[in-house]
Write a protein that binds this ligand. Structure first.
Ligand SMILES: O=C(O)C(=O)C[C@]1(C(=O)O)C=C[C@@H](O)C=C1
Length: 98
């Protein structure tokens, strides 16, 4: 039997765990975007700017510390948070223009 047809139980076990983790990430991101939607509506109502660079600096510094403690690449962690926050700011700008 070739490697392409033989079921690899070890790999399948790893992938089951990866699938569970990916599902948890999606659920956590959905919750994060649910709360930031409320933040965006609030900011639009009280005319606060969509972005708060000082808050972002605190978040990035904290996440980099957490990443180092967890042996995760701090550069990757910062890029990941930046990517999410940029999307949140885009949503906030849309909320402000409604
Ligand atoms: O905390 C805020 O003021 C938010 O709008 C949330 C958030 C975030 O996604 O964490 C997004 C934009 C801001 O620049 C800072 C943080």
């Amino acid at each position: 039997m070739t490697s392409s047809t033989k079921p690899d139980r070890v790999l399948a076990g790893f992938r089951k765990s990866i699938d569970n983790i990916d599902a948890a990430l999606i659920h956590m991101l959905a919750e994060r975007f649910r709360i930031t939607q409320a933040v965006g509506e609030y900011k639009a109502k009280v005319t606060l700017p969509p972005a708060d660079p000082a808050r972002e600096q605190e978040q990035i510094a904290r996440l980099r510390r957490l990443a180092e403690e967890s042996e995760l690449d701090p550069e990757f962690s910062e890029k990941f948070l930046r990517f999410i926050i940029d999307e949140v700011i885009r949503h906030h700008e849309q909320a402000a223009s409604r």
